[in-house]
Design a binder for this molecule. Structure first.
Ligand code: HEM
Length: 323
């Protein structure tokens, strides 16, 4: 891809949000985007079928039970990150005994082995690492916020004996806030770029303060930096650097919050990964009344396929008293 002028900077993010929002065909990663459109058409229906079906499938429950067996009950220190990784390897995009598998769904649309192999490879990294690191980050933050853990328990305990279905998860508002806040403070992906295929004037992003219109010419590469938007004090408030799930009670972000991207290219796995993250968190919350941090070091970035905490997620879990 021949790159033109690079108009990126973190402060341009507003304008770039807007560019994504209207989802015009003139901002695309490849010059015309046809390859992407074909690929997207192939994977999108598969996700729509799978994300709900697999949640109610017994195999996810079985794998999570295995994870529960590995968590010490004697309040000794455990690093949850490798445990979540192992779990997600089993449940990420359709393990052998899952009833609904992405590969089967995609095979309904194409029989081309090379295309199917390429797509599965493309899905494996986010499915494996993304979900595990999200869980690890969530438990990292919760271990430092005992009030948030207690509030989550209070929310989910009244339905402790119900099966964890997609509909039940939708009723947990504070859990949703915690997951949103985890992605906001510790996003897994931090940069998206697009090449402009037709000149345009974006409504903001130009000038010294980024508030003037911004001319983008054909061939320019526009980059959107999540690190900037997800911690923008102008939108999130003075405490934007802190983990505070309550902020979501009164906020309705649009292009200020894009951990999964946005517009037509938004991550197709986001509902799947959100539902599974919630499922696993609820299972652990039901069983442990307290979560304690066993690591004084701050979250320290380690750059791999995604961004993760260098020191993992070292915590202790205290089993709830059974009546
Ligand atoms: C917490 C976990 C995840 C995060 C934060 C995440 C984030 C993202 C982001 C930021 C994009 C780029 C969107 C854009 O270009 O506008 C993306 C694309 C994508 N993600 Fe995810 N993702 C996650 C999990 C998953 C999972 C579990 C799968 C598959 C099972 C998946 C499959 C994909 C695919 C196939 C694309 C490319 C879509 C396209 O080009 O149309 N992601 N993801």
């Amino acid at each position: 891809m021949a790159l033109g002028r690079r108009v990126s900077t973190a402060r341009r993010s507003r304008a770039i949000h807007w560019a994504g929002e209207i989802s015009r065909p003139w901002i695309q990663r490849s010059p015309k985007g046809e390859k992407w459109a074909i690929r997207r058409k192939l994977i999108k229906p598969s996700f729509d079928v799978i994300h709900i079906a697999n949640l109610d499938n017994r195999s996810l429950g079985r794998h999570v039970e295995r994870l529960m067996d590995l968590i010490p009950r004697d309040t000794s220190t455990v690093d949850l990150m490798p445990l979540f990784r192992r779990l997600n390897l089993k449940t990420g995009i359709g393990s052998e005994d899952n009833h609904f598998r992405i590969i089967d769904e995609m095979a309904k649309a194409t029989q081309d082995r090379l295309t199917l192999r390429f797509q599965m490879h493309n899905l494996f990294t986010p499915a494996h690492d993304g979900a595990a690191i999200t869980l690890s980050n969530a438990f990292f933050h919760l271990s430092r916020n005992p009030g948030a853990w207690a509030k989550l328990r209070a929310e989910i305990l009244p339905t402790k004996r119900s099966s964890i279905t997609y509909d039940l998860l939708k009723t947990y508002g504070y859990l949703k806030n915690v997951i949103h806040e985890t992605h906001r403070v510790t996003p897994l992906s931090t940069l998206i770029s697009r090449q402009c295929i037709k000149e345009v004037v974006l409504p903001s992003g130009g000038g010294k303060n980024g508030k003037a219109p911004l001319y983008v010419q054909q061939g320019d590469v526009v980059e959107m930096n999540f690190r900037c938007t997800l911690r923008d004090k102008e939108f999130w408030g003075k405490d934007a650097d802190e983990f505070r799930p309550e902020r979501w009670d009164n906020l309705m972000p649009t292009w200020e919050y894009t951990p999964f991207g946005g517009g037509p290219r938004i991550c197709p796995g986001f509902r799947l990964v959100s539902a599974k993250t919630a499922y696993k968190m609820v299972t652990i919350l039901r069983e442990f009344e307290r979560l304690e941090s066993r690591d004084d070091r701050p979250w320290t970035e380690d750059t791999r396929a995604t961004f993760q905490n260098l020191n993992g997620c070292k915590v202790a879990l205290f089993p709830a008293q059974t009546v």
